[in-house]
Design a protein around this ligand. Structure first.
Ligand code: UDP
Length: 355
């Protein structure tokens, strides 16, 4: 089959890598980067270390209002659909790049395959939630990561073309854990080789764009006696500067630029506790059996909370403090996200559909 794959943001490079490496054995793939993430540390580094080929096209659409960004991506993608006439358009996750791909596929009558479908936080104020709902309803071939995701789709009357293959991020994590152990020196570089440390990330607008929430989170992290490694997203740095608290953050935490995937997984694997508002990182903590404290009120990965290793604390200082003092522990060895062979299974489905 001729496949046109659309990626644009950090977690999508990681997800697409898993599918691309299998897909390219038997199918032709054109890889399109929308340019949604364009910084070296949020984009280029992933192509280098994951060993995926450079994108065939980069639409170069950077930060804009959500509407303008999505519209410009649609215009760029439509021209490429005209040029390549693909059989299937692949999209990943829940960003504006995902939604743009979904709308173009549906308007141009190209089959849409969506990887990581059926997730719901049930919070429609999150921009990602609307992207998920709209894309899921426009999809023809759907790859949910869990039974819960299948149930969420069924609750919205989506049942055709659904293949529960497990989570592609489990595949990538297994690879990165092994590669990171061989190649990453990040713990030595940051001086935490033999130290108990926390690993924290904050990048959701709900936390960064609300000064009080961000300050509470940083103060709660600073109150912990252990070193806190904090790879800071460009949006977070921007807000710290704007709120005039960058210096304090630098004094209290080990603030570093976002690190590559192998380094990040290596840091996660040995962290005492991971503190985050990221979706993917909650799950990676779960895969690595590291306690996770989630700085949100809800999650689209509820299995991680039910298993016991993840706790939702929002931006509440007391709740964060309690969770850091008494971190959540996984009670079950449930494997709700498959067996780490999602990439293979996705391509198998595609091959069967093309027969
Ligand atoms: N990640 C990374 N370097 C970092 C922080 C995160 O490689 O400095 C990886 C992380 O391992 C995970 C993904 O980026 O696979 C999560 O991306 P992000 O938090 O941006 O997005 P979300 O999952 O919340 O959509």
């Amino acid at each position: 089959m001729d496949v046109l794959s659309v990626v644009g943001a950090r977690p999508q490079f990681i997800k697409a890598f898993v599918v691309s490496r299998e897909l390219r054995r038997d199918h032709d793939e054109i890889l399109v980067h929308t340019g949604q993430h364009h910084d070296e540390e949020l984009s280029d580094v992933f192509f280098e270390e994951l060993g995926i080929p450079e994108p065939d096209h980069n639409l170069g659409i950077g930060s804009k209002s959500h509407t303008t960004q999505t519209a410009q991506m649609m215009t760029g993608l439509e021209a490429l659909v005209d040029e390549y006439d693909p059989d299937v358009l692949f999209c990943y996750g829940d960003t504006n790049s995902t939604l743009a791909a979904a709308i173009v596929a549906s308007k141009r009558d190209v089959k849409l395959a969506h990887v990581e479908v059926g997730l719901r936080s049930f919070n429609r104020e999150m921009p990602e939630e609307m992207n998920r709902i709209l894309t899921d309803h426009a999809s023809d071939i759907l790859f949910p990561p869990s039974e819960r995701a299948v149930d969420n789709l069924e609750a919205e009357a989506i049942s055709d073309g659904v293949y529960n293959v497990g989570d592609v991020m489990y595949d990538s994590l297994l690879w990165a854990r092994e590669e990171g152990a061989k190649r990453s020196t990040i713990r030595e570089d940051l001086g935490v080789e033999n130290t108990e440390y926390l690993l924290a990330t904050v990048h959701r607008p709900r936390n960064t764009d609300d000064r009080e929430r961000l300050e509470t989170i940083l103060a709660s992290l600073a109150a912990d006696p252990r070193p806190v490694i904090f790879p800071a997203h460009p949006r977070t740095i921007d807000r710290l500067e704007r709120y005039n608290i960058l210096e304090t953050a630098e004094e209290d935490l080990t603030l570093v630029d976002p690190v590559g995937y192998l380094d990040f997984v290596t840091l996660q694997a040995r962290a005492e506790i991971i503190v985050t508002d990221s979706g993917g990182i909650q799950k990676e903590a779960f895969f690595l059996d590291v306690s996770c404290v989630t700085l949100r009120e809800e999650t689209e990965w509820p299995e991680t909370v039910e298993a016991g290793g993840n706790v939702l604390v929002g931006a509440d200082a007391d709740a964060i403090g309690e969770a850091l003092a008494d971190p959540p522990q996984a009670l079950s060895d449930a494997e709700p996200y498959g067996d780490g062979k999602a990439g293979e299974k996705i391509v198998q489905v595609l091959s069967e559909l093309s027969e």
